[in-house]
Design a protein around this ligand. Sequence first.
Ligand code: KIV
Ligand code: ZN
Length: 510
Amino acid sequence: MKNDKNKVFIFDTTLRDGEQAPGASMNHQEKLEIAYALERLGVDIIEAGFPVSSKGDFGSVKEVARYIKNSTVCGLARSLTKDIDAAAEAVKNAQRPRIHVFLATSRIHLEHKFKKSQEEILNMAVEAVKYARRKIGDIEFSPEDASRTEKEFLYRILEAVIKAGASTVNIPDTVGYSTPQEYGDVIAGICNNVPNINKAIVSTHCHDDLGLAVANSLAGVVNGARQVECTMNGIGERAGNASMEEIVMAVKTRADFYGLSTNINTKEFYRTSRMVSKATGFIVPPNKAIVGANAFRHESGIHQDGILKEKRTYEIMDAEDVGGPSNEGLVLGKHSGRHAFKDRLKALGITLTEAQMDQAFERFKDLADKKKEIFDDDLITLVDEAGNTSKGFCLLEDLVYSSGSHIKPKVKVTLKFKGKTFKKNSSGDGPVDASYKAIESIIKIRAKLLDYSIQSVTSGKDALGRVTVKVLVGDQSVIGHGASTDIIEASAKAYINAINKAMTLQSVKS
Ligand code: KIV
Ligand code: ZN
């Protein structure tokens, strides 16, 4: 990959390190959709998975490699021939395949994990890179725990792997231990002391255990790194990886300071962030920089007044630049016509077929009857929701419940299941529990609720509530979503959405 010296390559590892976040596993379809979104975003390299780790991972990497045309597709491998064989096989059909080989190099890993000397590790790394290079032309090497590796050894191993054929050397702060000053010094030390470093691109890979992943990555870039490894929403192992949207927007907003650019189409951030959140079930905190619901909202009167006088008094970026909902808030209401509805969806980058548009407009009218003001976030949820609930084995037709401080909660659920209508009364600890029991007894499925969360889509007492559930069906854990102005109904929809997904996965397998 040729580099213009002011360009920073974005290497996204949402589908690999991101998926290593506890509870973030995604299915094939979700991974492919995210890969398409990353390609639209303009990501240079997509690390699609760790092919040797499971059949499922191997299959997803292979599929991403097959369909993605504009980004390099990369598979991770330990420095073992069986890993490299699996990675090479999985990425070989990509337009631009890459293998990412890694091996730990810090004293603590050598002594406790491998019980090997530095010389043995150096030889293993060189042999692995040579082996991988014979299979695929683009090889990246990572000395795992690089930031805690002795400098002289780090320089030596990097020189050797570059000589063996690595064209990218990635420097992981695996345990998120570095400070920005230290990490910047590590990168500067590599650029100044590895004799053949001009033959490779230096890359950052920072974890967020001390909340420093973005600051460390940027310190790396300032000191000569030209590839950044990151994830959407900063998801990843433990506290996560450096967040792509924060790094890219820092480089863009402070171009005066960094003097660098990326290929990223930042207008795709909001949409991609919501997609990753939906697939993983990890909610984006409202105060999350760049993609949080409050990232561009102003509450204080002083700020609002300043903004009305001159936007730049309190805003350093435009919400539109990251594809966020318009700051003006209210967009549509009960009297808005189909034309205005369609125009607003278009402005949000949402395209629907005529049939989908008819359905979405009907839902919009229903919502407008319950909710006076319809915001951009409501529209995004409404369209999402149509995708969640209009297909599948099972559809919620009606839900009636009674509940109170001194009465036993009761529900009556009407479901359309495999073409027939079923009704079931049930009671439970609360109306959500009662409705889940009714659903399970109609579908005759044993499901275990692992996680449940509820978020309001916008502000206001009449706001839509969005429920996300994680459900274990057999040995399959699935995420489901549902939204409604009635949170019990939203809960039932989320549960049904998860069960539909599990049943789809099971029918694909059998
Ligand atoms: O954090 C880490 O060290 C990694 C490597 C596999 C690159 O994810
Ligand atoms: Zn990592």
